[in-house]
Design a protein around this ligand. Structure first.
Ligand SMILES: C[S@@+](CC[C@H](N)C(=O)[O-])C[C@H]1O[C@@H](n2cnc3c(N)ncnc32)[C@H](O)[C@@H]1O
Length: 276
């Protein structure tokens, strides 16, 4: 069966995302999709917890979510009883939404701004028993919300540098959970939801496209104005990282690599990288 990446609902089943006075931010729309279309967060956290637990990570372990985004899965882990989570992200809009959600849920945790290269300035070596890097490692060379033409060599170098930082933050036996879009993901452009802004109908579209000649992958959410047909979105452009290249980089920085099968993760390939 072909892998069509993040799966689209049939057009008659588009998610109704509601009505707004001002255009919602992409971080907000992504968050709605994560929770209402893409994942069952409770089941996902249960499966991830079981996996982490097999490697000695429990609810009092120090855990860093390196790209916490709007809170999936870190906020759900906190709600399920994880007591010592630390969350960072590189984007202000994601951090604001994370913190708003945490406050609404009555959780003490807050996300802080920190890019991966700056992590050693904020945290001690070997401080964490586990790191989570969900939906993001292929942005190590940049390209999140940026137009770019990344090349293989510099992208893999940045990947190794990032993984090496992650490695240094883990204690002996600590684990890094990470994922990546599937190697056989095929290009798609699919409407997933609808909403209105001041009465104007809009459609939310998921889009990914590989430019094979340049070896790059474009992925974005588009907002389509249904009156004018105009589509707008923030670019995310990265080197088209392959699973084998990610595994090679993990091994090169010292990790032992495991490929867990998580039934709750339908869109990405997953890895658990063990230090030592
Ligand atoms: C697709 S989102 C995933 C967020 C969340 N983990 C999820 O699964 O919904 C990717 C996130 O990676 C973050 N990110 C990308 N590059 C980063 C970097 N170099 N340092 C810190 N965060 C980064 C972005 O700000 C964004 O929030």
């Amino acid at each position: 069966m072909k892998n069509e990446g993040i799966k689209q609902p049939k057009s008659e089943h588009l998610k109704d995302l509601g009505s707004f006075d001002v255009e919602p931010e992409y971080a907000y729309l992504w968050d709605r999709c994560v929770y209402e279309l893409l994942y069952d967060p409770e089941k996902y956290v249960k499966e991830l917890s079981d996996l982490l637990n097999q490697h000695g990570v429990d609810k009092v372990s120090n855990i860093l979510d390196t790209s916490a985004g709007s809170g999936f899965p870190a906020l759900d882990m906190c709600e399920s009883g994880y007591k010592n989570m630390v969350c960072v992200d590189g984007s202000d809009d994601q951090i604001s939404l994370f913190n708003e959600k945490a406050e609404t849920k009555g959780l003490d945790i807050r996300s802080q701004k920190c890019s991966w290269e700056d992590l050693p300035q904020h945290f001690d070596a070997e401080q964490f028993k586990a790191l989570i890097c969900k939906g993001s490692i292929w942005y190590a060379g940049g390209g999140w919300n940026k137009e770019a033409v990344p090349d293989r060599e510099s992208s893999l170098k940045a990947l190794r540098e990032t993984l090496s930082i992650f490695y240094s933050l883990l204690s002996h036996g600590g684990v890094l959970y990470l994922d990546k879009f599937k190697d056989d993901e095929i290009d798609h452009k699919d409407a997933v939801g609808t909403f209105e802004v001041q009465g104007k109908k809009k459609e939310l579209i998921f889009y990914t496209h590989r430019e094979k000649d340049l070896n790059i992958r474009r992925a974005k959410m588009l907002i389509k104005d249904l009156e004018t047909g105009v589509e707008e979105g923030l670019p995310n452009v990265t080197y088209d990282l392959k699973a084998e290249e990610l595994e090679d980089a993990l091994v090169e920085v010292g990790f032992t690599v495991i490929r867990p099968e998580l039934s709750e993760e339908k869109f990405f390939s997953t890895w658990l990288a063990v230090k030592g």
